[in-house]
Write a protein that binds this ligand. Structure first.
Ligand code: UDP
Ligand code: MG
Length: 322
C-alpha cells in the first residue's frame, strides 16, 4: 500500500498570544481527523513560526510543543515581517514534509478548505491557491483597497491570483524550485505563479479575526503593495519613457502654435524661443531618463537571477527509472 503523505501546516505568528490556544485546538482536531481518515501520515505537524514577537508567543509555542505531539515551532532572531517568516517556515518544513500549507495564525482562512486542497493535490496539482469567495466580513475600506490592489497589480503586469492571500498548498517539489529564486525582497503571491506546475484554486469564506488585532495596519499594507509592484514590474520605468515621447509630441504642437503666434505678431520678443525650448528640452530629458530607466530595468532583472525555466518532466529520465 502507498504510504500516506506528510503534511506540514506553516503558521507565522507575530504577537499572537491571544489566538494561539484556540488555533491549536482547532488545528489539532483537523489534523487528527485527516490522520484518522488516512489522508495524511502520522508524521504530519503544525509548524508555528515565531516572527520575533514581543509578547509571550514563543513561550506559548514551546509549551504547546511540549504538550502536543502534532505541534512544533521555530523562532526567528527578530521580527522580519510576515513574508520572511513564511519563507523561513516553508523552507524548514519542506525538509520534513511532502505537502506544505501556509495559513495565518488568526484562522481567518477557513481550515475546512484544507480537505479540498488535499483532494486537488491527489489529483496532481502541485500548487493550490486559497481564494476568498467574498469579502462580506471586511470593512468597505479594506474591500476597496484590497481589491483595488489586485487590479492594480494586474495592470502593472504582475501575474497574481485575484483575491488570493497566502493561504496556499504547495508540494515539496514546488518549494525546492522556489528555493532557487534568490531575491531578498519577497512577494510570495507573485513568485508562486512564476514557479509554475499544475495548479488550481479552492474557494473559501474568510472569517473575522476571532481575537487580537490585525498586524497589518494601512502603513504596512501600502508598503507591502509597493513592494509587490517594485519587485516584479519595470512598468513604472517604462512610463517615464512613454511620458517623454508624449511631451516631445506636445512640444511640436507648441512649436507650431508659437511660430504662428509670432508670425501673426501676437508675441513679445523672446517668448517663442523660450516656450519652444522649455517644451522641447523637457521632452528630451524625460526620454533620456526613460532610456536610462530601461537599462536599470535590465540590471534589476539580471540581479534577481531568477531561474530561466523549470523542467517539470523529462521523459528520458522517466524511462531510465523504470
Ligand atoms: N505576521 C507575522 N509578522 C509580522 C506581521 C504579521 O508573522 O510582522 C503574521 C500574523 O501573526 C498572522 C499573519 O501574519 O499570522 C497575518 O497577519 P494579520 O492576520 O494581522 O493580517 P490581516 O489578516 O489583518 O491582513
Ligand atoms: Mg488576519
Amino acid at each position: 500500500m502507498k504510504k500516506e503523505n506528510t503534511l506540514y501546516i506553516v503558521v507565522p505568528c507575530y504577537n499572537e498570544e491571544e489566538v494561539l490556544h484556540e488555533t491549536t485546538k482547532r488545528l489539532k482536531e483537523k489534523l487528527n481527523k485527516l490522520i484518522k481518515d488516512k489522508i495524511i501520515s502520522k508524521d504530519s505537524r503544525v509548524m508555528y513560526v515565531n516572527d520575533g514577537s514581543k509578547d509571550n508567543t514563543w513561550s506559548i509555542i514551546k509549551e504547546i510543543n511540549n504538550k502536543e505531539e502534532l505541534f512544533t515551532g521555530i523562532t526567528l532572531s527578530r521580527n522580519r515581517g510576515h513574508q520572511n517568516a513564511l519563507v523561513a517556515g516553508l523552507l524548514t518544513a519542506k525538509e520534513y514534509a511532502d505537502i506544505i500549507i501556509s495559513m495565518d495564525a488568526d484562522l481567518q482562512d477557513d481550515i475546512n478548505a484544507i480537505d479540498e486542497m488535499l483532494v486537488k493535490y491527489s489529483e496532481g496539482c502541485e500548487i493550490v491557491y486559497g481564494v476568498r469567495s467574498s469579502r462580506k466580513n471586511d470593512t468597505m475600506f479594506k474591500k476597496i483597497t484590497a481589491e483595488g490592489f489586485y487590479k492594480f497589480m494586474t495592470l502593472m503586469g504582475v501575474d497574481i491570483v485575484f483575491n488570493h492571500a497566502d493561504y496556499r498548498l504547495t508540494s515539496k517539489r514546488v518549494l525546492d524550485e522556489f528555493e532557487n529564486f534568490k531575491e531578498v525582497n519577497l512577494f510570495l503571491r507573485g513568485i508562486f505563479p512564476l514557479v509554475g506546475f499544475k495548479s488550481d484554486v479552492v474557494y473559501y469564506e474568510r472569517a473575522e479575526r476571532f481575537a487580537g488585532e490585525s498586524k497589518y495596519p494601512l502603513k504596512k499594507m501600502l508598503s507591502f503593495a509597493w513592494d509587490g509592484i517594485s519587485s516584479f514590474s519595470v512598468k513604472p520605468l517604462r512610463f517615464i519613457c512613454a511620458l517623454g515621447f508624449i511631451i516631445l509630441f506636445i512640444s511640436f504642437i507648441i512649436m507650431a502654435y508659437s511660430l504662428i503666434q509670432k508670425v501673426l505678431g501676437n508675441t513679445v520678443d523672446g517668448w517663442t524661443f523660450l516656450t519652444i525650448s522649455i517644451w522641447f528640452i523637457g521632452g528630451l530629458q524625460m526620454i533620456s531618463i526613460g532610456i536610462i530607466g530601461e537599462y536599470i530595468g535590465k540590471i534589476y532583472n539580471e540581479t534577481k537571477a531568477r531561474p530561466r525555466y523549470i523542467i517539470s518532466e523529462n521523459l528520458n529520465e522517466s524511462k531510465k527509472n523504470k
